[in-house]
Design a protein around this ligand. Structure first.
Ligand SMILES: NC(=O)c1ccc[n+]([C@@H]2O[C@H](COP(=O)([O-])OP(=O)(O)OC[C@H]3O[C@@H](n4cnc5c(N)ncnc54)[C@H](O)[C@@H]3O)[C@@H](O)[C@H]2O)c1
Length: 380
């Protein structure tokens, strides 16, 4: 029997509860301490999660903590990640890996040098939808993939996040905030990106925040909020990608992949489960594919927003040596592709990527065999 992996969390903001609740589904993970530069927030989070509240230094100094989850804002991801690795802890960080690839490199190098595991969000591709789509592509159900579309529409953060400022500044915007879910889902299915071309603009230069309990009333927008991009995958697939915080209403799909023999339609990659639809040329209608791994929760339920599977994935790799899926290497390549879209939009020239990655291993039939020691407890 394995000893639970003891986890500390740095950053007790809006997403903290989704991590605390989400990780509590995995008996192999034990959240023991939380820290935040805002000590009051750490106190509240600690009381909610039944963990200890401490300073960042105290948390990093605790010898019982093996894995630290970094859920600070994107602009401090790299700094906090480097602190965690310097303390000799394994690390899991929220998306984006960092606000720039240059900032992300220090932590990647440190993890490699110190032999520490480094995982990164998003982990949603480990859910039944991502795994079903991947299996469908790999088994040739749409023939040879030729094209794809991905549409990131407005997450309307100013209506629900108490302080969404970081989402409208460099490090945020639809490209870095929501892009990782969509690009990671596509890389999981199609492999690495070779080149990108992008154009972008700011929609409204100021936004009104209407979230209940808001901490700010207005936001100055200093990052593009509408981006149109072409993404060329190394396997030759051409994807048309829109990333926008200006599209409030629409009738667009989330992600579709077009092959020589059919089309695959994927659900929202910000969740784990949902219908994956296939229509082969000549089929009278769409068919919903049976899930390749058991779903975690009802599609569109609040549970789709819980997080922690990627942490369990890392913990399993730590205890059993099983392959890690939601890796920082994958997240770095996705960040590189997204950053390159922005560079292309700024310069007007296409960008050929210098990074690449392996497609993550598919999760085998025992969903979370990757996370087997954690024996996922799914609440209906
Ligand atoms: N909010 C969501 O629904 C959501 C969903 C998925 C992913 N994420 C990602 O999770 C991360 C956090 O998002 P959030 O919405 O919780 O942000 P937030 O601003 O609500 O919370 C971030 C917390 O980090 C703390 N912090 C800042 N700098 C710190 C430092 N150096 N050391 C310790 N603590 C520090 C802040 O005081 C704050 O409490 C972001 O990367 C975001 O993209 C958020």
């Amino acid at each position: 029997m394995h000893v639970p992996v003891r986890v500390g969390v740095i950053g007790c903001g809006n997403i903290f509860r989704q991590y605390a609740t989400g990780m509590s589904r995995f008996p192999g993970l034990e959240l023991v301490a939380v820290a935040d530069t805002d000590a009051a927030r750490a106190q509240v989070a600690a009381a909610e999660a039944g963990a200890a509240a401490c300073s960042v230094d105290e948390l990093l100094g605790r010898t019982d903590i093996e894995v630290v989850v970094n859920i600070t804002p994107p602009t401090v991801h790299a700094l906090v990640s480097e602190q965690v690795l310097a303390a000799g802890k394994h690390l899991y960080v929220e998306k984006p890996l960092a606000d720039t690839t240059a900032a992300a490199r220090g932590a990647l190098d440190a993890a490699r040098r110190e032999g520490l595991l480094f995982g990164a969000a998003p982990d949603t591709f480990l859910g039944s939808a991502g795994q079903t789509a991947r299996a469908a592509i790999d088994s040739g159900s749409i023939g040879e993939p030729v094209g794809a579309t991905a549409f990131v529409t407005h997450s309307q953060a100013e209506t629900w996040h108490p302080d969404p400022t970081f989402l409208f500044q460099p490090g945020g915007g639809p490209v870095l905030d929501m892009g990782p879910y969509y690009l990671t889902a596509l890389v999981n299915c199609l492999g690495p990106v070779a080149a990108v071309y992008g154009t972008s603009r700011i929609g409204a230069p100021q936004r009104t925040v209407t979230a209940p309990g808001r901490l700010v009333d207005r936001i100055d927008v200093t990052v593009p909020t509408h981006t149109a991009a072409t993404v060329t995958f190394a396997n030759g697939v051409l994807a048309t990608v829109m990333l926008s915080f200006d599209v409030w209403d629409h009738r667009l799909p989330f992600i579709e992949i077009y092959g020589t023999e059919g089309t695959l339609s994927l659900p929202n990659p910000n969740g784990y489960d949902g219908p994956v639809l296939l229509r082969r040329h000549g089929d009278p209608d769409w068919t919903e594919l049976p899930p390749a791994v058991p779903p975690l929760a009802r599609p569109d339920s609040e549970e789709q927003l819980l997080r922690g599977i990627g942490v369990a994935d890392l913990a399993a790799a730590l205890r059993t040596g099983s392959p890690q899926h939601a890796t920082a290497g994958l997240a770095f390549h996705v960040l590189d592709a997204l950053e390159s879209i922005t560079v292309s939009a700024d310069t007007g020239a296409p960008v050929r990527l210098t990074s690449t990655c392996e497609r993550p291993e598919p999760v085998d039939g025992t969903y979370g065999a990757a996370i087997s020691l954690n024996t996922l407890e799914v609440h209906p």
